[in-house]
Design a protein around this ligand. Structure first.
Ligand code: COA
Length: 325
């Protein structure tokens, strides 16, 4: 059976570090409040030349180099993002041009923070349909461009960055075993971001406050934990993998308390959950591929290891996947 394997990983973070101490000077908050409630100590903020597509392209170059795959060999580019510097063309098309992937078709996926997971799933389906296909899956965001820097309830949470993987048909048992993806659009209002201002006066929403991220934090928290737990349980049961057999969990890095609650409920040892939210905050679709790349480069993954991915984001969207490394 053809399985879609991950051949290489890469990531790219903006240079500028924004610490909690700096945020203390911007809004009424404290390092202690942010650290205790979120686990975040600092995040990266994009500067000139670090637009979403540029970060994405650099992450892609690193993943291609690790995989030993040339850009021209890529047949499909999928980017999970909701903060590309252009609404059209897609971020994926900008990446294609940037890296010279002249033989690829390209598209974005907006599944908010679940965008990379959904992108991996799309890649897997295409690779199963055409085992010669090599796919770049990227998660890239510059949430700093859509953050209300006067709103302390959200501005402390997010950061910028990009991560990428190269996927292709694996040899033997290696590759994605299965996935389960979900959405519930009826809860969109709990976590959302308006688009740029409408130029059609008839379509300007009465409550339009600007293209910022808005969130009902406590409700999102509870739903995120329950939803990811459910997604993980379903994918493990579907693939017949016991929780103890999981070697490493690469979760969406939203918040340390969400990850701690999830860990307790999953019955997976805490040291198997990869965490880097303290360094980068919530980078939405970029968080999982950045975490995967760091875990990979630290030597945390061995061939044959079952690696579990789980994500949750605006929509709501959520899900889980299991990959044999
Ligand atoms: N600094 C200091 N105080 C803050 C603050 C900040 N940055 N943000 C909010 N507060 C205040 C609130 O105004 C409130 O004050 P009040 O009691 O006087 O009204 C108090 O802290 C508690 O606020 P609350 O919203 O109840 O805090 P919380 O414990 O729920 O923590 C979050 C807030 C956002 C950290 C938490 O709800 C959370 O992590 N939610 C999930 C967010 C997330 O991960 N979203 C993305 C999912 S992909």
């Amino acid at each position: 059976m053809t399985r879609a394997a991950i051949l290489g990983t890469g990531s790219c973070l903006p240079r500028r570090v924004l610490t909690n101490a700096e945020l203390e000077k911007m809004v009424e908050t404290t390092d202690e409040w942010i650290t205790v409630r979120t686990g975040i100590r600092e995040r990266r903020i994009a500067g000139a030349g670090e637009e979403t597509s540029k970060l994405a392209a650099e992450a892609a170059r690193k993943a291609l180099a690790m995989a030993g795959v040339a850009a021209a060999e890529i047949g499909l580019i999928v980017v999970g993002t909701m903060t590309c510097e252009k609404a059209m063309p897609s971020c994926a098309c900008l990446v294609q041009k940037e890296i010279g992937a002249v033989n690829a078709f390209a598209m974005d996926i907006n599944a908010a923070c679940s965008g990379f997971l959904f992108g991996m799933d799309v890649a897997e389906k295409y690779i199963k349909a055409d085992p010669t296909l090599k796919v770049l899956v990227i998660g890239a965001e510059t949430l700093s461009t859509r953050t209300n820097w006067e709103d302390r309830t959200t501005c402390v949470l997010f950061g910028d960055g990009a991560g990428a993987v190269v996927m292709a048909a694996g040899d033997g048992e290696r590759g994605m075993l299965g996935s389960r993806l979900f959405a519930d659009g009826s809860l969109w209002h709990l976590l959302h971001m308006d688009a740029a201002p409408s130029l059609n006066p008839d379509l300007v929403a009465a409550d339009y406050q600007g293209p910022f991220i808005r969130m009902a934090g406590q409700e999102v928290f509870k739903y995120a934990v329950r939803a990811m737990q459910d997604g993980v349980a379903k994918v493990l049961a579907q693939e017949g993998v016991e929780p103890e057999a999981v070697r490493l969990v690469i979760p969406h890095q939203a918040n340390i308390r969400i990850l701690n609650s999830l860990t307790e409920r999953l019955g997976i040892a805490p040291e198997k959950i990869y965490i880097n939210v303290h360094k980068y905050g919530n980078t939405s679709a970029a968080s999982m591929p950045i975490a995967l790349d760091e875990a990979n480069r630290e030597g945390r993954l061995r061939p044959g290891d079952p690696v579990l991915f789980c994500a949750f984001g605006g929509g709501f969207t959520w899900g889980a996947a299991i990959v044999r490394w």
